[in-house]
Design a protein around this ligand. Structure first.
Ligand code: ATR
Length: 302
């Protein structure tokens, strides 16, 4: 092969002994947009790093994490179904993780400890704030009582927002409210509303947050049992679903002139802390990364 032939070849991506490694552990994990996002930031900032998908079966989580730590990874994100296992494996739990009962970001610290963080709740709040909406005081109506609801409830309560939880299965709403109340700082600012009585509580709310899978591409059929005609004009309507970006809930809200926050920004903002911890740079969240993810997700029904 001549020198000219060599120059015509695409330059390989250089991964060497000093390359900082991180990834996302999940099962399945192929659909995750985290590799796209982190590798975009790595390229944007010219950082010698790589972020890979790590498909790990249920039951193999602990051995995988210990192996990645032994192999020199700086840490990982953790997604379904391993967030609770991640909570159990860590040596040092950040307050965010303690409050949400799960971990989505592992950091392998220089002293050998595994640190655990939950960035979903703060990612949600940061995204709302990035839309120019202050998250302080007032009342939020939170639909759903799964892991995402718990992380978001904790972050809202931390900012002095009272939270009303409503869930199709009422027992789970009460469990979540009890978990929040057990935290002295959150105190009495949590209550539960019946799933079939949302019309009574909505007029008193400043924010509505859907954390259920209703509205998601491939999710359950039907609509949320909520009539936005009862909302005050100041209501902010948030959906953490991001495929599609404009859910039926957000479409109805926008048609009523209500301010809307879709779920894509939360996906981006929750990634920020891990990137900073593993790669040493705080990524500025700009329009480029949002456009990149938006274009990638459009193939999936949005
Ligand atoms: P995650 O941890 O990602 O938040 P999850 O624990 O599976 O996910 O929670 C999904 C949420 O969507 C739950 O609040 C669930 O309500 P139930 O607790 O009653 O199952 C809610 N959800 C799912 N399908 C729903 C539907 N058809 N109508 C209303 N809520 C639904």
């Amino acid at each position: 092969m001549t020198r000219a032939d060599m120059q015509a070849l695409p330059a390989p991506r250089r991964i060497g002994g000093l390359t900082a490694l991180a990834g996302v552990i999940g099962w399945p994990v192929a659909h995750s947009r985290s590799p796209l996002m982190h590798n975009f930031w790595l390229a944007q900032y010219g950082i010698d790093g790589a972020y890979v998908p790590l498909p790990v079966r249920p039951g193999a989580f602990d051995v995988a994490v210990r192996g990645l730590q032994a192999a020199g990874f700086h840490g990982t994100n953790v997604t379904i179904p391993h967030k609770e296992a991640a909570f159990r494996i860590v040596d040092r739990l950040d307050r965010s993780a303690r409050r949400s009962g799960s971990v989505n970001t592992l950091v392998f610290a220089p002293d050998g400890a595994i640190e655990g963080y939950s960035t979903d709740g703060d990612g949600f709040v940061a995204n709302v704030e990035a839309h120019g909406i202050a998250v302080t005081g007032g009342r939020a109506l939170l639909l759903g009582a799964g892991g995402a609801a718990r992380a978001i409830a904790a972050s809202l309560l931390d900012r002095g927002v009272a939270v009303t939880i409503a869930n199709r299965t009422a027992a789970r709403a009460h469990e979540l409210a009890d978990a929040m109340r057990a935290d002295a700082e959150a105190g009495a600012m949590v209550d539960v509303a019946p799933w079939d009585g949302l019309g009574t509580v909505l007029p008193g709310c400043d924010m509505l947050v859907n954390t259920t899978s209703v509205g998601m591409h491939g999710g359950p059929p039907g609509d949320l049992p909520i009539d936005l005609a009862l909302a005050t004009p100041a209501l902010v309507v948030c959906d953490i679903v991001y495929v599609p970006r404009q859910t039926a809930l957000l479409r109805t809200a926008a048609a009523r002139g209500l301010r809307c926050v879709d779920g894509l920004g939360m996906l981006i903002h929750q990634a920020r802390l891990g990137f900073r911890k593993w790669f040493g740079t705080d990524p500025v969240i700009g329009a480029e990364v949002e456009a990149l993810l938006d274009a990638d997700l459009r193939g999936e029904g949005s």
